[in-house]
Design a protein around this ligand. Structure first.
Ligand SMILES: Cc1ncc(COP(=O)(O)O)c(C=O)c1O
Length: 434
């Protein structure tokens, strides 16, 4: 039973669907989509065309309904759609493992279903690895503002905030280090980095199972970017104090930061990497945790206690692997699409840069972000984001600001005209609301 008041809100929503990350009482109902092609989403009822400015939650890498990936999935579906991976190996998984291992220099791939599980697996591997070495360690270090997913382990290492407050008592303790976010013309960056590095070094005095970070960009935390040099110094400290480094590349992987992986741009050598989102080009849900061979080796034993007892029904699903192999083909064939994306943002952002209520402009690879100056409640719950989202949808652009942080993270296929239009729409809205 629902009361009259809530029914009023409910009538605009589908009666059988519980939407993700949404308070329906304060949100606009989902738009019904009929189809999507390249960078454009076509809605059903209003026949509206929307530029997908955030790659549908950062997953749609090459564009919607990419014909090559769709064909490869269809081909695979007629040969082998699913198989129990504990007992059977299949060609697409072999091919993908060999390719990703070669690209990353990490030998072992553990497959799961999404970004959260890829992180969960990395944390469990790191934690158990020390036990398998008879050196049990409890301390895990993460960064303030981090987001690593919504399962319990991933949630525990993420920033503690309103999103996970209900579960506070069930999460494990994690030590935190400041994240020295930076932007164009930031003259405080070296200070902030020095403070963070000092904090990290202090914490590392206690034997630490793992340090986890989002290399170069904290996404959900507000598109907060750091310099590659900072990430490199973090990695050096982690090595110096003999801990494991987990790079959560769920967002940053597959060209998003302007190199194939962010860890490569930062020139670091993580022990474990979590990937998902763009892995299948955004076509199918899949997560992978990559581990160094020396990590893997400590799980080989006659003792069941040393086994990594983790698995999912759809582990290494052949359709997902086919999509991932096809997506890698596209990335390999046209590297300029991600290598040269940053210049495209730089050209477009100039107009916005001049607005007096805009600050902290930052760009990294395919991602550009800035903040709107607000008097209070800077952050996710600032209502300005919702307002800008609604106005931009009216004008033909789909974005999802993180409160007063406005960002663009488009698919690689976005045309020059579409990108220019996206910036124009945002610029016009910023003028109107000022
Ligand atoms: C850095 C990072 N890690 C993990 C996740 C969780 O991924 P998923 O939503 O696929 O569970 C996300 C999702 O946005 C992310 O940005």
């Amino acid at each position: 039973m629902t009361d009259q008041n809530s029914e009023h809100f409910l009538k605009n929503w589908h009666p059988n669907i519980w939407p993700p990350f949404t308070q329906i009482k304060t949100s606009n109902p989902q738009l019904e989509v009929s189809h999507a092609k390249d960078a454009i989403i076509y809605t059903k009822n209003s026949n509206q065309e929307l530029i997908d400015g955030i790659s549908s939650w950062w997953v749609t890498l090459h564009g919607h309904s990419n014909e090559y990936i769709a064909k490869e999935i269809a081909k695979q579906a007629q040969e082998l759609e699913q198989i129990i991976f504990a007992d059977f190996l299949h060609p697409q998984a072999k091919k993908l493992s060999e390719r990703l291992s070669k690209i990353t220099n990490l030998d072992r791939l553990f497959f799961s279903d999404n970004g959260s599980t890829a992180v969960e697996v990395a944390l469990k591997i790191a934690y158990q690895w020390w036990q398998n070495k008879n050196d049990k360690r409890n301390q895990i270090i993460a960064f303030e503002g981090a987001y690593h997913g919504d399962t319990f382990g991933a949630m525990s290492v993420g920033e503690r905030n309103i999103f996970n407050e209900s579960f506070e008592s069930l999460m494990f303790p994690v030590q935190r280090v400041q994240w020295p976010s930076t932007w164009i013309d930031d003259d405080q960056v070296y200070n902030k980095e020095a403070i963070a590095l000092k904090e990290l070094e202090n914490l590392l005095q206690i034997p630490t199972a793992a340090v986890i970070l989002e290399p170069l960009i904290q996404g959900a935390g507000g598109m907060n970017m750091v310099r590659p040099e900072f990430i490199k110094k973090v990695a050096n400290l982690v090595k110096q104090y003999d801990s494991l480094l987990i790079a959560d590349e769920v967002l940053t992987g597959f060209g998003r930061t302007g190199s194939l992986f962010a860890f490569q741009k930062a020139e670091i050598d993580p022990d474990l990497i979590a990937i998902s989102k763009g892995l299948t080009g955004g076509f199918l849900p899949m997560g992978v945790t990559l581990a160094k061979e020396e990590v893997f080796k400590k799980f080989i034993s006659n003792s069941p206690l040393k086994t990594f007892w983790h698995g999912h029904s759809f582990t290494a699903n052949p359709l997902g692997c086919a999509a991932a192999n096809a997506s890698l083909d596209l990335l390999e064939n046209e590297p300029d699409k991600y290598l040269k994306f940053e210049c495209r943002h730089l050209e477009q952002i100039n107009k916005i840069k001049k607005l007096s209520h805009v600050e902290k402009i930052r760009i990294c690879g395919t991602i550009s972000a800035f903040e709107l100056k607000v008097e209070k409640n800077s952050g996710y719950f600032n209502d300005i984001g919702k307002k800008i989202k609604a106005l931009s949808i009216e004008k033909g652009l789909f974005i999802r600001p993180l409160g007063n942080v406005i960002y663009l993270l488009p698919p690689l296929c976005i045309t020059e005209k579409q990108l220019e239009r996206s910036y124009d729409i945002i610029y016009q809205i910023l003028l109107d609301i000022n």
